[in-house]
Design a protein around this ligand. Structure first.
Ligand code: JFZ
Length: 402
């Protein structure tokens, strides 16, 4: 949770069609066509060091790669299937090369693994619209394959975190999730595991979740910024475009939208797992790397207000949000045309100084229990500004101001 910012990577032979990974199988892309794309998958321009340096220079502290998505294709040489990278003309261990590059550049290596596999005959569902479970399937054998592959992944690549998915279909049960959770913690005690081993999760839903029912170490809001939560850790997974896997001419977010998304997740006391979709030739397209570089540029100046911070004490508004660390509260200003800012005063502490991060002091008056800040006409940063309140006491004990 101190790392706050990671790269999500959705990639596989499907990029040869530019459609959505997993979900387009047997839909936008005919089943036989989709399942034979691996024969053409040859990303000769793939360079693990380049990908990891793009993440590092963006200010990202960990990388999470789709080892196996819902289409069942494995991006690593697996003893437990023929449907893997060694069956392609490429024949390179993508996961192994990324894990090594992460070690080299001090970036944490993490693995996404889909529990459902519509391609595997032992799994009773195939996303083909049939209501009945496949009577030829063998779920026990399927779960054994999952355990064997996860042992292979943990043993061979020593991941920092496992990001599960695909647990929402009826063949998978919470019992299986709980069993797998203890099996994996038995393999590596400090392995971090997300909450998609069990049915209870926020994901794309707005419904209240029961954290006591969750199986996993943290919640995973999807395609939205999680709510401010100081009790249960969370990490939002969000696309830089609209699709998880690469899509030609996908509509990408602006640099300001990308950064405000990161700042708002940290202000909510959560992490951002920001997704890129590399191209079929193995490169991450320039449009995406330029946006990530702009995020890195901002973080090189203002990273102290994001990394190893806690969300709050002010709840996010349209205008601003807050993070805190030691005796400092960082007020993140999203608008750059406001002449003044009014905040409720903080109980039990004194604001010693107010100033822009790496910038000038800001005039502050206390009036009727409120802080009134007079802001200069031009704010220092064109994307997002940080007002630092230096307190006379640690900020961590301040209660939330809703
Ligand atoms: C899942 C995957 O299906 C998707 O391809 C991508 O990998 C994303 C990170 O995770 O997307 C979901 C997960 C859960 C729900 C919907 C989409 N859900 O709970 O409705």
């Amino acid at each position: 949770m101190d790392k706050r910012f990671g790269m999500f990577i959705h990639w596989g032979p499907v990029t040869l069609r530019g459609t959505e990974i997993g979900w387009s199988r047997g839909h936008q892309v005919a089943l036989s066509d989709y399942d034979n794309l691996y024969k053409e998958f040859n990303p000769v321009l793939f360079d693990a060091d380049t990908w990891v340096k793009v993440a590092r220079d963006a200010g990202m502290k960990y990388i999470t790669i789709t080892s196996k998505h819902h289409d069942g294709f494995c991006l690593w040489p697996s003893e437990f299937t023929e449907y893997d990278i060694m069956a392609t003309p490429f024949k390179k261990d993508v996961l192994g090369e990324l894990a090594k590059a992460c070690e080299k550049y001090n970036i944490r290596f993490c693995i996404y693994y889909s529990l459902l596999d519509w391609h595997d005959p032992d799994y009773p569902m195939h996303n083909d619209g049939s209501k009945e479970l496949d009577s030829q399937a063998n779920m026990d054998k399927f779960v054994l394959t999952i355990k064997n592959q996860l042992k292979e992944l943990v043993t061979n690549y020593d991941p920092y975190m496992l990001w599960f998915d695909g647990q929402w279909e009826s063949p998978w049960t919470d019992e299986m999730g709980a069993d797998l959770y203890s099996y994996l913690k038995g393999l590596k005690k400090d392995l971090i595991i997300n909450n998609r081993l069990g049915k209870e999760m926020t994901a794309i839903h707005d419904k209240e979740v029961d954290y006591t029912k969750m199986i996993g170490d943290y919640d995973t809001p999807e395609q939205k910024i999680g709510k401010l939560n100081l009790d249960f850790p969370w990490e939002s997974c969000i696309t830089i475009g609209n699709q998880w896997a690469w899509k030609p001419n996908d509509k990408l977010k602006s640099a300001k939208e990308c950064l405000h998304t990161l700042i708002r997740t940290a202000s909510g006391n959560g992490n951002l797992l920001f997704n890129v979709g590399p191209m079929p030739d193995g490169r991450i397209e320039q449009r995406q790397t330029e946006l990530l570089d702009q995020m890195g540029h901002w973080l090189r100046s203002y990273g102290e207000s994001i990394y190893e911070t806690t969300g709050g004490p002010y709840s996010p508004t349209h205008e601003y949000s807050a993070t805190r660390k030691d005796n400092k509260v960082f007020i993140h200003l999203f608008q750059n045309n406001q002449s003044e800012l009014v905040l409720p005063s903080l109980k039990g502490v004194t604001v010693l100084t107010a100033s822009f991060m790496n910038g000038s002091d800001v005039k502050m008056k206390i009036h009727e229990g409120k802080y009134n800040f007079t802001l200069p006409h031009h704010l220092p940063d064109s994307i997002s500004n940080v007002l630092v309140l230096q307190l006379d006491k640690p900020a961590r004990d301040l209660s939330l101001i809703r």
